[in-house]
Design a protein around this ligand. Structure first.
Ligand code: FAD
Length: 514
């Protein structure tokens, strides 16, 4: 009896250890295990004089960096106006209530160890000035006078701002989809406009006038500008909301709702394989959206989006009642722009208008002592502005800080330069379908464990569309959610949406009519 129990315990432990080893191998994290062992054998590693490391930001790049850093070995301060990280790939789902905003937010403090020698701290403030000569920052927090903060090493991971291309009325009359608050604002306007249109039509009786019909159409016109992954996924979520919630709870309004996706170039998902772009557009159209490619927005007014056809040049307009979302790309933040200009007024090294130009170790070019690093969307490093890139960069730099400080600031640091390993691209297209371009398994394994001088793994990407791509989309994004508690919440939200539907009412009265 005891022998059998012992065998069962041994077997379970061996299985658990093997599973853990597979996970560590797949994520390329064996260095963490070796580092932890080395630290136990050499406690001085965590007691040496601690350099002051300041991280600006609480997004993908910053959190990935912090998680890889040995927080016992540095004096870490994280500064961000946002006290939480949020999971951007599911933000579009919060705009229609497929997932709730709380389910995708993680407090920054969650990344600080609760034991050991770490004295990591978080300051909720915005950095308004970086002075690399004085190695000092100016911070601005609401209700406080400006503060200064000194650093030995600075990691700038402040992301980017929406790029409006200076198109008239975009800033005033559209909502961006960049922050958690944006998703919540879109959902609120969406729900209030449904009630407003419903009340308007009810008051007008069985034969509404042409003016009432036009006003109802405006309130029920949902417009998305920008056919990249964010715009496509938001349009997909809107088609789901229309087909599931509006048809059920507002059947009289459903035929009047219009969803328009405007894209300036000749196709949506321009960075994807052409066949996948076409599949995404066809799916959205079949689900009730109008996909207008080759339509460059020229102006947004409080009640309409004006555009010009890129082929032919004829003008057009789509009415909107506030559900008008700008998903048109990103530009550099003012603090980044000011830093680049102050450091390199002639623009000899800081040559990009998109962000801070960095070397392959993420050191900002032009900072003589190599003490300022930048990563993610605010850095110009040859990678596209994606979470995938920001995560890999943050993990690389966290390891570099852990293993190679202070030599990291030397002209030729003793570590291999960063190389980006694309895992592919995914987008949800509505109705339980998606499109996916996945790096081949052979290539992914090769990339995780490259052999010196060995042949490169298979280059061909695998493309998927429809339900299989959706399954991959959900599986991959679910497994990348940072905490187990949020995995539970998101799983519950998805289940709740299928079983009981989404929210169809919002607190507060309808805002001022636009
Ligand atoms: C809706 C949406 C969906 C997306 N989906 C995907 C996807 O599916 N896959 C993918 O790979 N990428 C996706 N992305 C892109 C991805 O989210 C970004 O590339 C990624 O967030 C960049 O990470 P980051 O750390 O550079 O910046 P961010 O994550 O934007 O973080 C910037 C941080 O800096 C803080 N900050 C701002 N100004 C200051 C300041 N002055 N001082 C201090 N802190 C400051 C901000 O509050 C924030 O915490 C999506 C983006 C959006 C908007």
């Amino acid at each position: 009896m005891f022998a059998r129990l012992r065998r069962a315990v041994l077997f379970t432990s061996a299985a658990a250890l093997s599973a853990k080893a597979v996970i560590i191998t797949a994520s390329g994290d064996w260095d963490d295990v070796f580092y932890a062992a080395k630290k136990r054998l050499q406690p001085s590693l965590s007691r040496a004089r601690k350099p002051r490391v300041v991280v600006l930001g609480s997004g993908w790049g910053a959190l990935s960096f912090i998680q890889k850093l040995d927080q016992d070995a540095v004096d870490l301060t994280v500064v961000s106006p946002r006290s939480f990280f949020f999971y951007t790939p599911l933000l579009a789902g919060t705009a229609t209530g497929t997932v709730s905003a709380a389910s995708i937010m993680e407090p920054v403090r969650w990344c600080f160890p609760r034991s050991g020698h770490s004295r990591a701290s978080f300051v909720q403030a915005e950095c308004t000035k970086i002075d690399p000569a004085a190695k000092s920052l100016t911070l601005q927090a609401p209700h406080l006078s400006p503060q200064t903060l000194d650093y030995d090493y600075l990691v700038v991971a402040v992301g980017a701002v929406p790029n409006t291309f200076n198109i008239s009325g975009v800033r005033e009359n559209t909502t961006f989809l960049k922050e958690v608050e944006d998703g919540m604002a879109i959902q609120r306007t969406l729900l209030h406009n449904l009630e407003r249109a419903s009340a308007l039509l009810a008051a007008a009786g069985p034969s509404p006038s042409a003016e009432v019909e036009a006003e109802a159409a405006r309130l029920l016109s949902w417009v998305v500008i920008g056919g990249g992954p964010t715009g496509v996924e938001l349009s997909a979520e809107l088609t789901d909301f229309l087909r599931q919630e509006v048809r059920r709870y507002f059947p009289q309004l459903a035929p009047r709702v219009t969803i328009t996706l405007l894209e300036a170039t000749d196709r949506v998902l321009g960075t994807f394989d052409r066949a996948l772009s076409a599949a995404a557009a066809a799916t959205l159209t079949s689900l009730g959206a109008r996909v207008l490619c080759g339509a460059a927005v020229t102006r947004v007014t409080p009640s309409a989006v004006e555009f010009r056809r890129t082929a032919g040049g004829e003008a057009g307009a789509v009415p909107h009642g506030g559900v008008c979302v700008w998903a048109g790309g990103v530009a550099r933040r003012p603090v980044v722009e000011a830093f680049a200009k102050a450091m390199d007024p002639a623009g000899a090294l800081q040559t990009s208008r998109h962000g801070l130009v960095v070397d392959p170790y993420f050191r900002v070019k032009g900072v003589a002592d190599g003490s300022v690093f930048a990563l993610g969307d605010c850095a110009v490093s040859g990678c596209a502005p994606t979470a995938q890139a920001a995560v890999q960069q943050g993990r690389y730099l966290g390891r570099a800080f852990r293993d190679a400080l202070p030599a990291l600031a030397q002209e030729a640091p003793p570590l291999a330069p960063f190389t980006f390993r694309s895992r592919g691209a995914l987008a949800y297209t509505g109705g339980g379908t998606g499109v996916a371009e996945l790096a081949s398994l052979k290539r992914a394994l090769w990339d995780a464990h490259p052999q010196k001088g060995g042949a490169r793994g298979g280059e061909g990407a695998t493309t998927l569309e429809g339900a299989p791509a959706f399954a991959v989309w959900r599986g991959l994004y679910f497994s990348s959610i940072l905490s187990t508690s949020n995995q539970f919440r998101v799983a519950f939200d998805w289940f709740r949406t299928i079983a009981f539907g989404r929210e169809i009412s919002a607190p507060g009265g309808p805002g001022p009519a636009r």
